[in-house]
Each structure stands twice: as structure tokens, then as C-alpha cells.
Design a protein around this ligand. Structure first.
Ligand SMILES: [Zn+2]
Length: 178
């Protein structure tokens, strides 16, 4: 059992991708491309959120703890509810370039950095390269399924309370969801 005790289900990786690993590939479903806070917010509003996140992270990568620079990416953490078809922005995370490359594995592979991204995924999660590749493959399968769906966007209440401007992401707010 390569994932040790942190693995929530003792199933193979096909369907249940463990969420307890530090670093996971995040492939944005195609219908949601461009629908990010970074894209949809006014520049000044996003810059303020980024600055807050960087300060909260104490200028270190929030995944691997390597030093982070002011220009390092502020990653949007999205949760996908496949049954309801809801994508929820649940948090923000400062991550170094190496971790960012592993998270955006699809992009890294396209640009020829696939091996480096897999290596980072293995290193940070303390798993083998083979397992890291399996994680990526499993994320790809999940992504293909998610590409076929329609998605509604939501923002976690705690984030909305802090940054009202994030409401621009969710055209219809259903308070019963939270
Ligand atoms: Zn990192």
C-alpha cells in the first residue's frame, strides 16, 4: 500500500483519487476554462487577494515550504461535486513554480516539462514515480468525465464574506448550498 495510512479508501486509483496527498494534479474541466477569480476579477481586486494570500503564506510555498517569491502563483483551490455539477472555489494557495507545474500537469506535459512535474509530484508526496504517473493518469480520466458535464459555479461562504467581489464568479447564489 504505497499511500500508507493517509489513503482514505483502499480501492485502486481508478475511481477514488485520494484527496489527502499534499500535491494533486488539478485539471480544470473544459467548460470551466477561463472562469477563474484571476480571470474574472478586476486586476486591482485580484492583486489585493494575491497580496493577502502571499502574506498569509509568509512567503513560502504552501505545499512544499520552499521560499516563494512575490511573483509565484496564487492557486485557486476548487472542489468539484460531480453529482450536483457544482464547482466551488474553496480557498487560495501560494505555490512555488515547481509545485504549480505539478498541479497544472496537463500544461506542463504540453510544454515539455512533464517529467519534471511528475518528479515534483513524487517528491512532495513522498511516493514513487510510477505512483505519481498513476495519479496523473487518474486525474486525466476524471477530467475527461468532467468535461462532459455542465457546471454551476459557487464560492465558499468564508471567501465571499472576506471578498465580496468574488460574487462575480457565481451568477446565481443559492444560500441553501452552504
Ligand atoms: Zn512548492
Amino acid at each position: 500500500m504505497w499511500l500508507g495510512e493517509s489513503m482514505p479508501k483502499k480501492k485502486h486509483l481508478g475511481k477514488s483519487v485520494p484527496q489527502t496527498l499534499k500535491l494533486m494534479p488539478h485539471l480544470v474541466p473544459k467548460p470551466l476554462w477561463g472562469k477563474s477569480a484571476a480571470n474574472l476579477l478586476k486586476r486591482a481586486a485580484w492583486d489585493r487577494i494575491r497580496r493577502d494570500a502571499l502574506e498569509a503564506a509568509r512567503r513560502a510555498c504552501q505545499v512544499c515550504s520552499d521560499p516563494a517569491s512575490a511573483s509565484d502563483p496564487c492557486h485557486e483551490l476548487w472542489e468539484y461535486d460531480d453529482e450536483r455539477g457544482t464547482a466551488t472555489l474553496v480557498g487560495l494557495r501560494i505555490q512555488c513554480r515547481n509545485c504549480d507545474s505539478a498541479v497544472h500537469m496537463g500544461r506542463a506535459v504540453k510544454r515539455g516539462f512533464g517529467n519534471a512535474a511528475i518528479a515534483q509530484l513524487a517528491k512532495v508526496n513522498d511516493i514513487g514515480l510510477r505512483e505519481a504517473k498513476m495519479l496523473y493518469r487518474s486525474a486525466m480520466d476524471e477530467w475527461k468525465q468532467r468535461n462532459k458535464k455542465q457546471w454551476r459555479i459557487a464560492v465558499a461562504k468564508s471567501l465571499l464574506e472576506r471578498y465580496a467581489e468574488l460574487a462575480v464568479l457565481e451568477p446565481i447564489t443559492d444560500p441553501t448550498l452552504f
